[in-house]
Write a protein that binds this ligand. Structure first.
Ligand code: GDP
Length: 450
């Protein structure tokens, strides 16, 4: 087992990334140049670096491994039972209801030990998946969850003070996609979900509860599912065939996909052995019997043979794609104009330059807008002032006219008063005269009477 781990570790530490990037031509040329500059020598004695694989194995064992499985499938399709059966333990996942309003992703991490190897296993379950009327509501939370784990890792990588060594990597390494054993075809939800996940995660489709479908129907169903996946352009995980030690088994297992599985933690006595099985009135379905189900194939491929490749594919293919898109979205690029390689520093300078230019343009735009606004406001104020002035002039004129009218009235009134006073004075004189005249007449009468 140790040599197997060493082989993987060496392969991982020396393997170039499989993703293609725009600058691949440039780096290929550079690598060719470097190879030509490297001379191969033979040593005359033992040096000791042959122990490098063992050093790596020891360090990895000390560090422990981490593996994250996402189970996507309808409620009650047998996800928890299969995971329990795969890892031969009871993860005590509670039965979930069909009545959740939204799909929720529930992650639970466990620490498992086998011999001296520690495995930090995270099982992520899609609670309520397939119970929504709107299909998008079912798969979007799954997509978002996977992206969120990539984002968390990217943020850790971008930190100045990184702690990737003891970082709990929560990126999903494999998605076990549970298909109902209908014998018909894939549901729209299955196709939509797998299509939106295939560039983000390694998908291994499994036909759940394979014991409820006949052997002949199962074969036809498998062929139909694969042709539907191919015609819809869904990329499922292919067991790698580039390593000759496992190429043959992996190639043959690729031909068995999707695996038809049966899960059970119940034990039944067969002969004198206790085996995991499902007991029915008409017989017993043995989980690990390859004539009854593909469970052993799945366990072998998932855990024993390809766990490291799944982890590696997650990092070099899916995470790399996420990271590349994210960095490109942020404006980083490997090549500048005319396809010249661009360093991070140059990209940063160019971005800063672009940012300052943009800021200046915005400032200028704002200034112009401000001046324009001020002009508009000034024009409005001037118009209001002009209107007020006109109103004032009008009122002043009215007031003047009014005053002149009043002046005229006063003058007439004063003339009337003068005329009246004159009349009054004349009448008083006249009155006095008549009074005096009547007084002298009265005296004459009196004198006569005497
Ligand atoms: P989950 O909601 O998808 O996690 O489903 P569970 O694992 O809780 O299983 C729901 C029911 O299906 C339980 O009664 C299981 O015993 C049963 N079940 C699980 N696996 C199988 C299987 O392979 N075949 C059959 N016939 N039933 C199964």
């Amino acid at each position: 087992m140790t040599s197997e781990v060493a082989r993987h570790l060496l392969f991982q530490s020396h393997m170039p990334t499989k993703t293609t990037c725009p600058s691949s031509q440039v780096s290929d040329d550079e690598q060719k140049q470097k190879r030509e500059n490297t001379r191969s020598l033979t040593m005359s004695g033992h040096v000791g670096f042959e122990s490098l694989p063992d050093q790596l194995v020891n360090r990895s064992i000390q560090q422990g491994f981490c593996f994250n499985i996402l189970c996507v499938g309808e409620t009650g399709i047998g996800k928890s039972t299969l995971i329990d059966t795969l890892f031969n333990t009871n993860f005590a996942d509670h039965e979930s209801s069909h009545f959740f309003p939204h799909v929720r992703l529930k992650a639970q991490t466990y620490e498992l030990h086998e011999s001296n190897v520690r495995l930090k296993l995270t099982i992520v379950n899609t609670v309520g998946f397939g119970d929504q009327i709107n299909k998008e509501e079912s798969y979007q939370p799954v997509v978002d969850y996977i992206d969120a784990q990539f984002e968390a890792y990217l943020q850790e990588e971008l930190k100045i003070k990184r702690s990737l060594f003891n970082y709990h990597d929560s990126r999903i390494h494999v998605c076990l996609y549970f298909i109902s054993p209908t014998g018909h075809s894939l549901k729209t939800l299955d196709l939509l979900t797998m299509k939106s996940l295939d560039s983000k995660v390694n998908i291994i489709p499994v036909i759940a509860k394979a014991d409820i479908i006949s052997k002949a129907e199962l074969q036809k169903f498998k062929i139909k599912l694969m042709s539907e996946l191919v015609s819809s352009g869904v990329q499922i995980y292919q067991f790698p065939t580039d390593d000759e030690t496992i190429a043959k088994i992996n190639a043959s297992m690729n031909g068995h996909l999707p695996f038809a599985v049966v899960g059970s933690m119940d034990e039944v006595k067969i002969g004198n052995k206790m085996v995991k099985a499902r007991q029915y009135p008409w017989g017993v379905v043995q989980v690990e019997n390859e004539n009854h189900s593909d469970f052993v194939k799945l366990r072998e491929m998932l855990i024993c043979t390809n766990m490291e490749d799944l982890r590696e594919q997650t990092h070099t293919r899916h995470y790399e794609l996420y990271r590349r898109c994210k960095l490109e979205e942020m404006g980083f690029t490997d090549v500048g104009p005319e396809n010249k390689p661009l360093s991070l520093q140059e990209t940063y300078e160019a971005k800063r330059h672009e940012f300052y230019g943009e800021r200046q343009r915005k400032e200028e735009e704002m200034k112009q807008m401000f001046v324009q606004r001020v002009k508009e406001k000034e024009a409005i104020l001037k118009e209001a002032e002009r209107e007020l002035q006109a109103k004032f002039e009008h009122l002043k004129r009215v007031h003047q006219e009014e005053r002149m009218k009043l002046e005229e009235k006063r003058r007439l009134l004063e003339e009337e008063i003068i005329a009246f006073s004159k009349k009054k004075a004349t009448s008083e004189i006249y009155q006095n005269q008549s009074y005096m005249a009547s007084g002298s007449n009265l005296k004459k009468d009196k004198d006569r009477k005497k």
